[in-house]
Design a protein around this ligand. Structure first.
Ligand SMILES: Nc1nc2c(c(=O)[nH]1)N[C@H]1C(S)=C(S)[C@@H](COP(=O)(O)OP(=O)(O)OC[C@H]3O[C@@H](n4cnc5c(=O)[nH]c(N)nc54)[C@H](O)[C@@H]3O)O[C@H]1N2
Ligand SMILES: Nc1nc2c(c(=O)[nH]1)N[C@H]1C(S)=C(S)[C@@H](COP(=O)(O)OP(=O)(O)OC[C@H]3O[C@@H](n4cnc5c(=O)[nH]c(N)nc54)[C@H](O)[C@@H]3O)O[C@H]1N2
Ligand SMILES: [Mo]
Length: 698
């Protein structure tokens, strides 16, 4: 039998945003495959998505609206109708609005889908109209946006396909083989043509195993390494003075700052060999074209803003921008010139003219940082948060300092609505629980953050049970609130048409119909982004080594190295008590907390584990396979030990994220992580996390 595939795309939070095929028989999804026509994702799917039908038909799927019957958190519910659910929610909201004002209501959402409709439009429209508390969606990349923003203006990066043309590639704090698998063939192609691939990571990752050179610094010290590299490059005259003169400001002052970071000092900060620092700098500057693939892991450290700011300077120092196989890629989302205000509708807000969800730090309406959700639920006043509406996120599992988050969600007087696909850790805490459609059941438009293609996510099957897409539920809630604005009649298709309404040359010829026919389209970007020093989005339009914007925001005029809080350097007393820096980055088989409930992927991940160094294990009598208790002042978890040399002494590594409901005591690694914010941008600090561990008896 020949099966005709439905062209669709993967909406999960991943740089790769794959073009997919869905196969349907008698209304049932029977399989998926990569769309071979996409030149970047090339018909390959990752292990997580390759059997997507397992997720769509998971026994954890929610099928109809429900109301809580027992204590919050126990996960006991009774079935109700959509009409009952909508009127119960809006009755409560109307009472709260009249008693406490709209800021007493908080939407909480992040990245269940990256769809323009079911993420971006949903994060704006209703909440803007209502004047609800704004959520600072800072859990992932806020420090990077701030740090790179001062230097390059957060202008996007180079085309990942261009890495095939590089001669020297530094993969900096990113585990590509797990988190960006589709760039690997391009990097391997470069390698097969003789390029050198360097991985810089405190843990010997899968990606490090395929590198030519693995460099293992102490966590959070990469900013010093970047400044030290720049120092070597300047002092040996390997910088590109002509490029710097034409396309940057402040490079001579920057050179003076870098002189404070000679190789010996950097060696001491990073724990690396000073010869390696010199060699790395020389090779980066001379084996051109050279390119950086910079990860988000780096920006989730306490000094993540300063750290990314320092690294972001390097391509300009050697004049790498605007040439084939050369430059840097951190995120490509800024390249997508969609009609964002038409999508999120900031103009609907009563305090008209206020910005939408895209930026942070404004006070009207008041803003709640999603990293501090526990604290916000427990402590915020004037008015206190009386209702939360959670969608596209699983805060009980993904937010830092879980124990505080749980306390917040346990508050008796809080009204909790959760719109979810699965009976997740957070769904269990709902008063009203609403069923959401999966990507196979709704329409959406997808941009990407790791490449340059737009994709259309086309539904392949009818919604399961009574599940509904985010946009339909929020439109229904808006109407029941009495908001008569015509936008709340918009269908997904209308929103996609709006999103594509743009005169920008990158979108020329990319219409809804084109996307329906092909499934995807590459932005019409020039073949070399940033050619002739164009495209930086700083106030001067140049690369800014000195930044007046940074000064205005209360920071150093120049990039600098700051030791991360919760480190031996910054807090020796705490480090004496909790001497291990625990990193908890992306797991190979999970996607944050998505997929962590599926048996086949759990098998791949085995058990909640922690990688520790042999010396640290011996000092505590821990052997391979032992269960250990890991704790600090915020909480405690039980993990299985993997002992060896993949981490240096003083560092540990635990891939994330398991569900709390998988552990007999409840809790996952986020019971240990801190809700401290980064130095810049108000970002998360998952990787700055001092702990202690001990062997558990039997
Ligand atoms: N399989 C899988 N893929 C994913 C995800 C997932 O959960 N699973 N999550 C998705 C999301 S939301 C994101 S944001 C990206 C994240 O993907 P990445 O950008 O790869 O970020 P992380 O996984 O946080 O960390 C990457 C690496 O940084 C290292 N690291 C931590 N601290 C430091 C440091 O101070 N210095 C250096 N040099 N390295 C450090 C970690 O050891 C880790 O190997 O991946 C996306 N893709
Ligand atoms: N310790 C530690 N914690 C981390 C990280 C880490 O590296 N270490 N990574 C952090 C990062 S980078 C990120 S981005 C965050 C991610 O945090 P989240 O965005 O909360 O990510 P997920 O865990 O994937 O949860 C998304 C939820 O949305 C649901 N969902 C999917 N599609 C839809 C939909 O269409 N509608 C609705 N209503 N729901 C849907 C899924 O079922 C899932 O439960 O986690 C952060 N947490
Ligand atoms: Mo993320």
């Amino acid at each position: 039998m020949t099966r005709i595939p439905i062209k669709t795309a993967c909406p999960h939070n991943c740089p790769d945003t794959c073009s997919m095929f869905a196969y349907v028989e008698e209304g049932k999804l029977v399989g998926v495959a990569g769309n071979p026509d996409n030149p970047y994702t090339r018909g390959n799917l990752c292990r997580k998505v390759a059997h997507y039908e397992e997720r769509v038909y998971s026994p954890d799927r929610l099928m109809y609206p429900m109301r809580r019957t027992r204590k919050r958190g126990e996960g006991k519910f009774e079935r109700i109708s959509w009409d009952e659910a909508i009127s119960e929610i809006t009755d409560r909201w109307k009472a709260i609005l009249s008693e406490s004002g709209a800021e007493a209501i908080l939407p909480y959402s992040y990245s269940g889908t990256l769809g323009v409709v079911n993420m971006n439009a949903c994060d704006g429209r209703l909440w803007n109209r209502m004047g609800a508390s704004r959520l600072l969606r800072n859990i992932c990349s806020a420090a990077a946006i701030a740090g790179d923003g001062y230097v390059n203006g957060w202008a996007g990066g180079i085309d990942p396909e261009d890495f095939a043309n590089s001669k020297f590639i530094i993969v900096w704090g990113m585990n590509l083989s797990s988190t960006n698998v589709h760039i690997m063939p391009f990097i391997k192609e470069a390698q097969s043509k003789g390029a050198t691939v360097v991985v810089i990571d405190p843990f010997q990752t899968r990606t490090a195993n395929s590198a030519d050179w693995f460099i293992q610094p102490k966590p959070g010290t990469d900013g010093a390494l970047a400044l030290g590299m720049a120092h070597v490059i300047f002092s040996e005259g390997l910088h590109d003075e002509a490029w710097l003169e034409q396309h940057s400001i402040g490079w001579q002052e920057f050179r003076e700052r870098c002189a404070e970071f000679p190789p010996e000092r950097v060696a001491q900060i990073t724990g690396l060999d000073s010869n390696d620092i010199v060699t790395l700098a020389r090779r980066y500057a001379t084996e051109t074209p050279s390119a950086l693939r910079v990860g988000y892991g780096l920006n989730r450290t306490a000094s993540g803003g300063s750290l990314i700011r320092a690294i972001s300077c390097l391509p300009a120092v050697i004049g790498a921008w605007g040439k084939s196989g050369s430059g840097m890629l951190l995120s490509n989302s800024p390249h997508f010139p969609l009609n964002w205000s038409g999508v999120s509708r900031p103009d609907l807000h009563p305090a008209e003219g206020e910005p939408s969800c895209q930026d942070y730090g404004r006070s009207i309406p008041r803003a709640i940082n999603m990293n501090e959700i526990g604290k916000a639920l427990l402590e915020t006043q004037d008015p206190p948060i009386r209702a939360v509406y959670v969608y596209n996120s699983n805060p009980l599992a993904v937010a830092p300092n879980s124990n505080l988050v749980r306390k917040g969600f346990e508050r008796d007087d809080l009204f909790v609505v959760v719109h979810e696909q699965m009976m997740s850790d957070t769904a269990r805490y709902a008063d009203i629980l609403l069923p959401a459609t999966s990507q196979m059941e709704h329409l959406d438009l997808l941009r990407a953050y790791g490449h340059l293609y737009l994709n259309l996510c086309t539904p392949a099957i009818a919604p399961l049970g009574e599940s509904r897409p985010n946009i339909e539920v929020l439109n229904a809630l808006a109407k029941a609130m009495g908001y008569t604005d015509p936008v709340f009649d918009d269908t997904a298709e209308q929103i996609i048409h709006t999103a594509l309404q743009s005169e920008h040359p990158y979108l020329e010829g990319i219409t809804y119909e084109h996307l329906q026919e092909h499934g995807f389209a590459k932005l019409r970007t020039p073949s070399n982004l940033f050619a002739e020093g164009k495209g930086f989005r700083t106030p001067s339009g140049k690369v800014e080594f000195t930044s007046e914007a940074a000064v205005r925001d209360g920071f150093d005029r120049l990039p600098n190295y700051l030791p991360p809080a919760e480190s031996e350097e910054a807090d020796p007393e705490l480090a004496a008590q909790f001497p291990i820096n625990l990193l908890s980055p992306a797991a190979h088989h999970f996607l944050n907390s998505t997929f962590s409930n599926l048996d086949s992927l759990k098998k791949g991940e085995k058990l909640p584990r922690i990688w520790i160094n042999t010396l640290d294990a011996e000092a505590r009598g821990v052997n391979e396979g032992d269960w250990v208790k890991v704790w600090n002042g915020r909480g405690e978890v039980r993990l299985q030990a993997v002992v060896g040399e993949k981490v240096k002494s003083g560092v540990a590594w635990s891939p994330s994220l398991w569900w709390h409901s998988d552990s007999p005591e409840g809790g996952n690694v986020n019971s240990l992580t801190s809700d401290r914010l980064t130095d810049m941008g108000g970002g998360s600090t998952f990787h700055t996390n001092l702990v202690q561990f001990a062997r558990l008896e039997a």
